[in-house]
Ligand binder design. Structure first.
Ligand SMILES: [Fe+2]
Ligand SMILES: [Fe+2]
Length: 285
C-alpha cells in the first residue's frame, strides 16, 4: 500500500527538515581539514561551547581512547589526540541528540541506534588500523553515520511496519530489500543525501550509500568495505540489531578487499567489546 506513495521530493523535503549540523561543528570540520589551522585556533573555537567542550573531554578520557593520564583541557586534547580524532569526537557529540532516540520503524528502542552507530564507528576505526587504511578517523566517522538515513525514514517505516515484516518473512528477502520495495528508497540512499546536505566529503557519502553493497563502491571500496564489515561485526555482537539485522546479507567482497581473516575480525570484536560499555554511556547526561 505504500508503493508509489513516497516520491523523491518527499524524501528531499524530509532531509531538508533534518536539523542542520550546528555552526560550530561546521567550523570544526573546516578548521581540522585545513593544514594551516593552528592548535590555539581550533581550541578556541571548541572552548567557546561549554557543552561541546565537556562532551569532547569526556570522550577523550573514556576507556576507548585510554590515555595514561587525564586530559583536562581542549588544548591538551588537540595536542594529544590530533586534528583527525578531535574532528570525529566533535561530530559524534553533534549527532548524539539526533541518534539517541527510539526508531520504531526499524525496531530500535531508544538508545539502540546510537549504540549501534558508536560500536560500528569504533570497530571501523580499529579495522582501519589493522588493515593499514591511512585515515582511521575517517573510518570512524563513516561508521558513525552509516545508518543516519534511518532517522529520516523512520516515520514512513513505522507506518509500513507490518508490510515490511510480512515481506521479509514471506519472501525471505533481506530487511533492506523489503524497505526498498515498499518505500521505494532505503536508508542507505537517504543517509547519503543527509551526508551531502551536511557537506561531508564524497567518499563519506559513498561509504554511507553503499554500506550494504560495498562491491558497488567506485571511489573508495576500501572505506566502504571497512564500514560493511564493522556494521556486520556490530550486528554479530547483538548491538542495535533492529530490523536491519533480519537476514543481513554479508558481502564477502569486503573481507577479500581488506584481506581480513576471521581471526582478525574476532580480535577486533574482542577489543571493541571491552570498551563498548563505556562508549554507550559516554554522552548520557
Ligand atoms: Fe544499514
Ligand atoms: Fe547498521
Amino acid at each position: 500500500m505504500f508503493v508509489g506513495e513516497l516520491s523523491l521530493n518527499d524524501i528531499v523535503q524530509k532531509v531538508e527538515e533534518l536539523p542542520a549540523l550546528p555552526n560550530i561543528t561546521h567550523k570544526v570540520l573546516k578548521l581540522t581539514s585545513d593544514p594551516k589551522t593552528t592548535i590555539p585556533e581550533l581550541s578556541e573555537v571548541i572552548t567557546k561551547d561549554q557543552v561541546l567542550t565537556a562532551k569532547v573531554l569526556r570522550m577523550a578520557n573514556s576507556a576507548y581512547y585510554g590515555y595514561a593520564r587525564r586530559i583536562y583541557s581542549i588544548n591538551e586534547a588537540v595536542v594529544i589526540l590530533g586534528f583527525g580524532t578531535i574532528r570525529s569526537l566533535v561530530l559524534a557529540a553533534s549527532v548524539y541528540n539526533v541518534m539517541d532516540k527510539e526508531f520504531q520503524g526499524y525496531f530500535l528502542p531508544k538508545g539502540d541506534l546510537w549504540k549501534h552507530s558508536m560500536s560500528t564507528a569504533l570497530t571501523a576505526r580499529s579495522l582501519a588500523r589493522r588493515t593499514g587504511y591511512e585515515l582511521p578517523d575517517q573510518a570512524f566517522i563513516a561508521g558513525l553515520l552509516h545508518d543516519i538515513g534511518k532517522t529520516v525514514l523512520n516515520t514512513y517505516m513505522t507506518s509500513a511496519f507490518l508490510s515490511v515484516i510480512n515481506k521479509v518473512n514471506e519472501e525471505k528477502i533481506p530487511f533492506m530489500e523489503a524497505e526498498r520495495q515498499i518505500l521505494g528508497f532505503d536508508h542507505a540512499v537517504v543517509g547519503a543525501r543527509v551526508a551531502e546536505k551536511w557537506n561531508l566529503p564524497e567518499i563519506l557519502v559513498e561509504a554511507i550509500a553503499k554500506h550494504h553493497s560495498p562491491r558497488e563502491a567506485i571511489n573508495n571500496p576500501k572505506l566502504t568495505s571497512i564500514v560493511h564489515v564493522a556494521d556486520a561485526a556490530s550486528m554479530s555482537m547483538g548491538i542495535g540489531l533492529g530490523g536491519d539485522g533480519l537476514l543481513y546479507p554479508f558481502d564477502g567482497f569486503a573481507t577479500d578487499r581488506l584481506n581480513l581473516t576471521e581471526n582478525m575480525i574476532e580480535e577486533t570484536i574482542a577489543e571493541i567489546a571491552d570498551s563498548l560499555m563505556d562508549a554507550e554511556t559516554l554522552l548520557e547526561n
